[in-house]
Design a protein around this ligand. Structure first.
Ligand SMILES: *[C@@H]1O[C@H](CO)[C@@H](O)[C@H](O)[C@H]1NC(C)=O
Length: 391
């Protein structure tokens, strides 16, 4: 008679174990990306973001301001993130602009790939790029790094432009001036931008599972793609630009440079190993330990990832066919290059399905001449354009 209960207990244990692993899988899905919802804050956020407004007042206003969206952008923020927005007035506008710029940059970087960084029609928070972020793949790694980088970038710049009340021009990190130049002008405040992004972006991450470490790692790689590329920029003064006095300041790389860098990191991203057990003690959640872990490559003979590398641990979908749930449209109808053997080539882009070719006549301005002064005269020419599109 004791066997039956034991069997039941065993079954229950199994069920509990199953639900635990599955709950875990869904919990870690796309987590940490909810703040992307701030993308819906309008450019002019001065009214909307007034953090002194009470919560319901604000959400009413938000609903008024964004009738098309079911979600108040501020509601996609965690408590800590709202507090940061309150304490740094003006910053949330920079975060929203940064998120928008990250989308644009991602779509530029991936324009010739099967996955071209599509956003959802009704983009909301973590659904901004669809459920692709539920998969711990390269593309997800890029999205986290790019958004984190872009927030770092926009906040650092916003400080220098004076649009965040709690920060201004950057000063630290200055080496002594050179023999023929001095520090002057207003540097982009990368120190503030970097620290803010760490606190704000990483505030979304909870727990200490593998996905947590992947996200934290990639967020950090994104910030480093910005902070590692600060450039000194100088201006000459003196009689008719004689450059007797030169002043210099530190300037952010362009977001395009950051995007180029992160795309290169995407191409060389490290597939990391998921350890059998992940240290999950409460102690390790303490902040000073937050960034203190080393991920290991899946292939033992590969180098462990540095802090600048992007990391992932799941394979990407092939992106060939439409997947509404994951949020991409497949490659049917996409333009491809019939002479390229790369990812933009018809063979790879069309996943071997083939393509059709269309010759188009387009009218273009041509043979333009410059007429003194100041006019440009052009002819209109017919040119043939050959287009290949995937079947
Ligand atoms: C197609 O690919 C070839 C080879 O990579 C390249 O030289 C050419 O510029 C590409 N054409 C277009 C239209 O991108």
């Amino acid at each position: 008679m004791t066997r039956a209960p034991a069997a039941w207990a065993g079954l229950c244990l199994l069920a509990v174990a199953w639900s635990l692993t599955h709950a875990d899988a869904s919990r870690s899905s796309g987590k940490g990306s909810k703040w992307w919802g701030v993308i819906h804050l309008a450019d002019d956020t001065s009214k909307a973001e007034d953090p002194t407004l009470s919560n319901d007042l604000r959400s009413n206003r938000m609903r008024g301001a964004y009738p098309g969206y079911p979600l108040d952008p501020i509601s996609s923020l965690r408590k800590k993130q709202r507090r940061l927005a309150r304490e740094n007035q003006g910053v949330i506008g920079a975060v929203a602009r940064g998120t928008r710029a990250a989308v644009t940059e991602c779509q530029h970087q991936f324009r010739n790939r099967r996955w071209n960084c599509p956003t959802q029609e009704r983009m909301r928070g973590r659904r901004l790029f669809g459920r692709i972020v539920n998969i711990a793949c390269r593309e997800t790694a890029f999205l986290y790094a790019m958004t984190s980088a872009s927030v770092t970038h926009h906040v650092s710049r916003a400080c220098a432009e004076g649009s965040v009340r709690s920060c201004s021009c950057g000063y630290s990190g200055r080496q002594p001036s050179g023999p023929d130049w001095q520090w002057g002008g207003c540097s982009d405040n990368i120190q503030f931008g970097y620290r803010f992004s760490r606190r704000f972006v990483d505030a979304s991450e909870r727990g200490r599972d593998m996905r947590y470490m992947m996200n934290i790692h990639n967020n950090e790689a994104g910030r480093r793609a910005v902070s590692g590329q600060m450039q000194r920029q100088c201006k000459c003064h003196g009689m008719s630009g004689s450059c007797t006095v030169k002043t210099c300041w530190m300037r952010l790389p362009t977001l395009r440079e950051v995007g180029d860098n992160l795309k290169a990191e995407f191409d060389g991203a490290t597939h990391v190993r998921v350890p059998n057990t992940i240290q999950n003690s409460r102690r390790s959640r303490r902040r000073r330990r937050r960034y203190n872990f080393q991920l290991q490559p899946l292939k033992p003979h590969h180098k462990p990832p540095t802090r600048n590398d992007l990391v992932y641990y799941e394979d990407s979908p092939d992106f060939c066919t439409k997947n509404q749930r994951l949020g991409f449209g497949g490659t049917v109808g996409r333009l491809c290059n019939d002479t390229s053997s790369g990812v933009d080539g018809c063979e790879l882009m069309c996943c071997g399905r083939g393509y059709h070719t269309q010759v188009k006549e387009v009218l273009e301005h041509c043979e333009c001449t410059f007429k003194w002064c100041c006019d440009v005269k052009c002819k209109v020419c017919r040119t043939r354009k050959v287009e290949h599109r995937c079947l």
